[in-house]
Design a protein around this ligand. Structure first.
Ligand SMILES: Cc1cc2nc3c(=O)[nH]c(=O)nc-3n(C[C@H](O)[C@H](O)[C@H](O)COP(=O)(O)OP(=O)(O)OC[C@H]3O[C@@H](n4cnc5c(N)ncnc54)[C@H](O)[C@@H]3O)c2cc1C
Length: 440
């Protein structure tokens, strides 16, 4: 709480990542109410280091004799140093780092194999309710990882913009822009513009999406708003999955602006790509986020939260129907995209019961379809706010005009992706599942 010690989450074991019910680490109860934990965890972020005087490991383990599978998992606090009565770190606990993982990126983080050899642990929450307790943290962490997708994209984009304005290559086909130089800057070329607009419109839309979700989290925590809580729960896999997939893609796009220099380490652009890649994997791989969204979150509380989302979009469109500045460029595309999302939900309802593979084969597309509709909604709201500021005679005219232009790009060039996702979803499981495993 005082930010002096760091913490870890220990879920993953060599034979289990997604399927944590297979977990083998065990926690044996002791007479004094503590437990002795034994087993091995892998891929533990910040598992060992000397940057703080203690590390508090949150460890999932099974108490012998408990229920099988995931229902038998409990959560424990295992400090690196046992804490003395006065709160200072005392004797070394039976937990140690077995190895450091060699990784593609995020080299600032020590990702460790952690060995527990009868380490002293203390039960956190109730016995066998470890997943529920861990999810308190994981839900927040998933939103944090979604933010990593956005922030990696933002940093890469800022570099790409500077480079595009600086690097001289070729001439503007509509007329020379830099007559005193040997060539025009990259930013004059339509394909570089397309690339940068993809990045900019994603980043600003995603930033609004994260801000909106954060406001709802505050509403849920500070005023017990159950509807906000439900909506955030529905959107969490979208934030995590969509923003990290897109965030990674945007770091690749930013690298592309540099041409060959993007591939050469000296420029630092490949680091954004390498670092962004993990966000698509940890805190539950993105395929599993899509599974969570379609298999669990859509139907949660009788589908109440997804209906609330549709109402939100519908009401925004209705309330602003007379706003001429929004109608064609923002409301029409949002309506079309939202219809695609509803049609996809309907397809799952009608065909998922018959054969769950029909729903799960389309879950990844659905997560992206949902993400685009969320960003479309954000852009429509931002355009409304920007237009209002312009109508009121704002002094920051350029900022608000830039917002509207960037939003128009997203609505025209990115949002139509929803139609492709829906078309794929509507083909069901047939083409995905037809091959025999031997034929791969
Ligand atoms: C750098 C790094 C840091 C990490 N930090 C931590 C940490 O601090 N603490 C921690 O506990 N773990 C950590 N992890 C582990 C990470 O959370 C897991 O790697 C991740 O959850 C996936 O588990 P797995 O690697 O076992 O893959 P698997 O579970 O084997 O999955 C492999 C692939 O199959 C897919 N898949 C699995 N099951 C299904 C299914 N039922 N339906 C459809 N698709 C499925 C997945 O989406 C994935 O694409 C870290 C990993 C890395 C690489």
């Amino acid at each position: 709480v005082s930010c002096e010690w760091t913490g870890t989450m220990n879920l993953t074991e060599p034979h289990c990542g997604t399927d944590l019910g297979l977990m083998r680490t065990k926690a044996v109860p002791q007479d004094d109410g503590s437990y002795k934990l034994s087993g091995q965890k892998i891929f533990i972020s910040a598992g060992e280091h000397e940057m703080s005087s203690n590390i508090i490991h949150l460890v999932l383990a099974k108490i012998p004799g408990g229920p099988d599978g995931i229902k038998g998992v409990s959560l424990f606090i295992v400090p690196k140093f046992i804490v003395n009565e006065d709160g200072t770190p005392g004797a070394r606990n039976g937990v140690s780092c077995g190895a450091l993982e060699e990784k593609m990126g995020i080299h600032g983080n020590s990702t460790c194999v952690m060995n527990y050899d009868e380490a002293t642990g203390y039960l956190l929450g109730d016995e066998h309710k470890g997943m529920r307790a861990m999810f308190t943290m994981m839900n927040e962490a998933r939103i944090g990882v979604g933010m990593q997708g956005l922030t990696q994209a933002e940093a890469a984009y800022q570099n790409a913009v500077i480079y595009a304005k600086d690097r001289l290559q070729g001439r503007d086909v509509t007329g020379v822009k830099n007559p005193d130089g040997p060539a025009d800057p990259l930013i004059v070329h339509p394909d570089i513009r397309r690339n940068l607009m993809d990045q900019k419109s994603f980043i600003e839309g995603a930033r609004a999406f994260i801000m909106w979700s954060s406001v709802m989290i505050d509403q849920a925590h500070r005023s017990g708003d159950k509807d906000a809580d439900g909506l955030v729960s529905l959107l969490t896999p979208v934030i995590k999955g969509f923003l990290t997939d897109e965030g990674y893609d945007m770091t690749v796009q930013a690298q592309q602006v540099y041409g060959g220099h993007g591939y050469i380490e000296e420029w630092g652009m490949s680091q954004f790509t390498r670092d962004a890649r993990i966000a698509m994997i940890y805190e539950g791989a993105n395929g599993v986020q899509a599974l969570d969204l379609v298999g669990r979150k859509l139907a949660q509380d009788g589908g109440k939260h997804v209906m609330a989302f549709f109402d939100l979009v519908k009401n925004f469109i209705k309330e602003n129907a007379d706003n001429e500045a929004l109608a064609k460029d923002f409301l029409e595309p949002l309506k079309a995209a939202s219809k695609d999302l509803q049609a996809a939900g309907m397809y799952f309802m009608q065909n998922g019961m018959k054969n769950p593979n029909n729903a799960l084969s389309g879950s990844y597309d659905f997560m992206h379809l949902f993400g685009h509709v969320c960003l479309g909604l954000m852009w429509a709201q931002m355009a409304k706010a920007a237009q209002k500021a312009l109508d009121a005679g704002t002094e920051d005219k350029e900022f608000y005009e830039t917002k509207i232009t960037t939003g128009r790009f997203y609505m025209a060039r990115r949002l139509p992706a929803t139609a492709l996702h829906l078309a794929r979803i509507n083909t069901g499981a047939d083409t995905v599942m037809s091959l025999d495993a031997a034929n791969f």
